[in-house]
Design a protein around this ligand. Structure first.
Ligand code: MRU
Length: 321
C-alpha cells in the first residue's frame, strides 16, 4: 500500500485515506492548501515522518498554483499549522521553502526517509533476538513513514530475514491506530501479532511475554524527553517497573534541539467526539460529559533505554539494556 505519491502530472498528491483502514482501501487526490490541511488535521495522512513527506509534496504542488513567494509561504503555513506536535511537519515545510529546486527536494525528503527507515531498522534488529516478545503502541510502520517504518521497522525487516517475533499491539485509544493499522501492517507481512487493549499492557508484561517495548515518536527534545502517542509514557513507567528495555525509534529530523525538554512541546488536544462517538456504533458517553483528549504525552528521558536514529543507538540508560 503506497501511502503518499504525486499524481502523474504532478499537480496533486494522492494519499491512502488512513481513517478508513482496515475496512476500506480508498485513495484521495488533494490539490488545495485547505484540502492538504484537512488531510493532516483529520489524520487521513498520519505518523510524523509521513506527515513530513506529505508536507514536502504539498509545498511542491502548491508552488504550481501560487503566484509568488509570499503566496506560497501563506499556503505552506496553512499546511504547517495543521498539527503542532510532530516536528517533521514544520521541518519539511521550512526545508522545502529554502530550496531552489522544489521538485528535487520533495523527492529527496521521501527517498531519504526510505534510507533512514532501513538504517533504523537494521540498528533496531540488533537490539532483539529471534522469538522475542515486543510490545508496541500506536503505529510506527510503513504507513506512518515511507518503507519499513521506525518502531515497526526492525520487526518487519527481521521477519523478512526469518526471525519469528511475537508482537503485542496496543489498540491505542481513541483513534485505534494500533488495532486498525499496526495489526494490519504486521499481519500483511506475516508477523505474529496479538492485539490488546491499552489497559492490558501490565498483564502481558507481568506474564513475562515482553522482552522490549518499541515505539516511534513525534518530537525529541535536546534533553531526550520524547513526545509520542498518548499512553506511551504509561508503557515506559510499566517497563521500568518490570526492568524491560524501552526503545524509541525516529529519524534525526524528529529531534528538535530548540526544545530544551518535553515541557517546551506543544501537545495537540483533539475533539472530544473521538472519545465519545468515533468508531462506536452508538455514542458511549453521556451527552454533555467533560472530556480531555490530549493526542500525545511526554516520556521523560530517564525512562528511555535508548533512542535509535539512522546514525545508530544512543543509550540513555545502559544499565537496563
Ligand atoms: O496521531 P498519529 O497517528 O499521527 O500519531 C502517530 C504516532 O504517535 C507515531 O508513533 C509517531 O508519529 C511516529 S510514526 C513513525
Amino acid at each position: 500500500m503506497t501511502n503518499i505519491r504525486l499524481s502523474a502530472n504532478e499537480d496533486s498528491i494522492i494519499i491512502l485515506d488512513q481513517r478508513k483502514l482496515p475496512g476500506k482501501i480508498e485513495y484521495l487526490e488533494l490539490r488545495t492548501a485547505e484540502e492538504m490541511y484537512d488531510a493532516i488535521k483529520l489524520l487521513k495522512v498520519r505518523g510524523a515522518p509521513a506527515i513530513g513527506i506529505f508536507a514536502a509534496y504539498a509545498v511542491y504542488v502548491l508552488s504550481k498554483t501560487t503566484k509568488n513567494v509570499s503566496e506560497l509561504r501563506a499556503a505552506a503555513d496553512c499546511v504547517k499549522s495543521a498539527r503542532p506536535t510532530a516536528v517533521n511537519l514544520a521541518w519539511a515545510v521550512e526545508r522545502m521553502l529554502k530550496s531552489s529546486d522544489l521538485r528535487a527536494e520533495c523527492h529527496a525528503i521521501h527517498d531519504e526517509d526510505v534510507q533512514m527507515c532501513k538504517r533504523i531498522s537494521e540498528y533496531g534488529l540488533d537490539l532483539i533476538k529471534d522469538g522475542d516478545g515486543i510490545l508496541t503502541h500506536c503505529n510506527a510502520g510503513p504507513l506512518a513513514t515511507s518503507r519499513y517504518g521506525t518502531g515497526l521497522g526492525p520487526l518487519i525487516l527481521g521477519s523478512e530475514r526469518g526471525f519469528k517475533f511475537k508482537v503485542y499491539a496496543d489498540e491505542t485509544r481513541p483513534l485505534l491506530q494500533g488495532a486498525r493499522i499496526t495489526a494490519l501492517e504486521l499481519m500483511n507481512v506475516g508477523v505474529d501479532v496479538t492485539l490488546i487493549c491499552d489497559n492490558m499492557a501490565n498483564v502481558v508484561m507481568s506474564q513475562g511475554k515482553i522482552n522490549a517495548v518499541f515505539v516511534g515518536c513525534d518530537r525529541v527534545a535536546a534533553n531526550r524527553d520524547v513526545a509520542n502517542k498518548v499512553g506511551t509514557c504509561t508503557l515506559a513507567i510499566l517497563a521500568k517497573h518490570y526492568g524491560i528495555p524501552f526503545y524509541v525509534f525516529c529519524p534525526s529530523s524528529t529531534i528538535d534541539s530548540s526544545a530544551k525538554s518535553g515541557a517546551d512541546f506543544v501537545i495537540e488536544e483533539r475533539d472530544s467526539g473521538e472519545i465519545t462517538d468515533l468508531y462506536f456504533a452508538e455514542r458511549v458517553a453521556p451527552v454533555g460529559v467533560k472530556c480531555f483528549n490530549p493526542s500525545f504525552d511526554v516520556t521523560p528521558a530517564s525512562l528511555i533505554t535508548a533512542i535509535v536514529t539512522e546514525f545508530g543507538v544512543e543509550w540513555l540508560s545502559p544499565s537496563r539494556s
